[in-house]
Write a protein that binds this ligand. Structure first.
Ligand SMILES: Cc1ncc(COP(=O)(O)O)c(C=O)c1O
Length: 349
């Protein structure tokens, strides 16, 4: 068994972002117009503790067709991952894929835990069969992202459900980017060991307010609640989340827009010599052309032109890959034209 010392450290509130920044998966169109009036109303109650989670829980239960007792709200998917890891796997191993949203893995190490990582299989897919073989008494939980981060590639629902049947360990799946795919493991009769984490940061456009939720079996939710303090989410985020849920039209429009931008970026980058890996999610990865030493080399050169993308070399096997998150059309176009300059310059060297 390989205990992985994670290369990742927390990106603690980075100060400045490049003008042409394709690193973060947000909704560059912004959130629904319904949010501003909702927040405006909430401003009168800022002196009160945020007691009123119930309307959002009811709205989410209706949206997903589950019981309100299956839902717990928290300050974003990352916060939930950290809370769930602490409660269910303190000082234990977290079994996961080599390429996965890394923030909570850095956290588990601060709790005396560690991660055990499994290489991706062909086509950059998560290798569930190998994952199963690595389960030992020291493992506290299994952690997956669907779609995966950084690849944007999905793992079939039936593979994850089969995994939950073959182990009693909690299987924690971050579906932070699942709005772009339109499927979910969330169900009224979820396996008792499955926890699905969702985010309002991506397609819903509320990254700045920090709100997300976990859906699981009601007993699992009760167990989590016993270990968590009250008032985890601020009052304005609660109001905003209800508002965005009610505007599914804006959600659909945003998803369509970003997936179209993703396709344009993939096509154009392919023409420039990047080997693009198609994905179902918001983001995709691409191998940098041969004349770059590796992804780090590419990213350093891109930064000099005011462009930033994610360097995937912290993931073993992805040292030549970068991750791209589509932004507004004009930003993507500027990115592509700068990319052309960078690539041509390197080619003639
Ligand atoms: C798979 C995955 N989980 C969790 C998160 C964190 O989401 P949030 O902003 O809700 O904390 C991200 C953000 O990129 C992600 O990709």
């Amino acid at each position: 068994m390989n205990k992985t010392q994670h290369l990742y450290t927390h990106t603690y509130a980075q100060s400045e972002r490049c003008v042409i920044d394709l690193t973060l998966s947000e909704n560059p169109l912004g959130c629904s117009e319904t949010v501003k009036p909702a927040i405006q109303k909430g401003l009168n109650d800022l002196h009160r503790y945020p007691h009123h989670e119930e309307p959002l829980i009811q709205a989410l239960a209706k949206h997903h067709g589950v019981s309100p007792r299956q839902i717990l709200i928290d300050a974003g998917a990352n916060q939930l991952l950290e809370d769930v890891f602490r409660i269910l796997a303190c000082q234990k191993g977290v079994l996961t894929s080599i390429a996965v949203f890394p923030e909570p893995l850095a956290y588990i190490e601060t709790l005396g835990g560690y991660s055990v990582t499994i290489p991706l299989k062909e086509g950059f897919h998560v290798d569930i069969d190998t994952l199963l073989k690595e389960i030992t008494a020291e493992i506290g939980l299994i952690y997956l992202c669907n779609p995966n981060n950084p690849t944007g590639i999905t793992t079939p629902t039936k593979e994850i459900l089969s995994l939950t049947k073959q182990t009693q360990l909690p299987v924690v799946v971050s579906e932070a980017g699942m709005d772009f795919v339109g499927r979910s493991l969330i169900h009224k009769n979820m396996p008792s060991n499955l926890l699905v984490i969702r985010s309002f940061s991506k397609a819903y456009g509320l990254a700045g307010l920090r709100i997300g939720y976990v859906v699981a079996h009601a007993e699992m939710i009760a167990r989590l609640k016993r270990s968590l303090s009250a008032f985890r989410v601020n009052a304005l985020a609660l109001k905003a989340a209800i508002a965005v849920l009610q505007d599914q039209e804006h959600l659909r429009f945003s998803i369509q827009y970003l997936l179209k931008q993703k396709q344009i970026l993939m096509d154009e980058m392919q023409k420039l010599g990047f080997e693009v890996v198609p994905s179902e999610g918001q983001t995709f990865i691409a191998q940098v052309p041969q004349h770059f030493k590796n992804a780090t080399d590419f990213c350093e050169k891109a930064k000099k032109h005011g462009v930033s993308v994610v360097d995937c070399s912290l993931y073993a096997g992805l040292e030549r890959y970068i991750r791209i998150a589509p932004q507004l059309q004009e930003v993507n176009q500027r990115f592509l034209s700068i990319l052309k300059t960078i690539v041509l310059k390197e080619e003639v060297r």
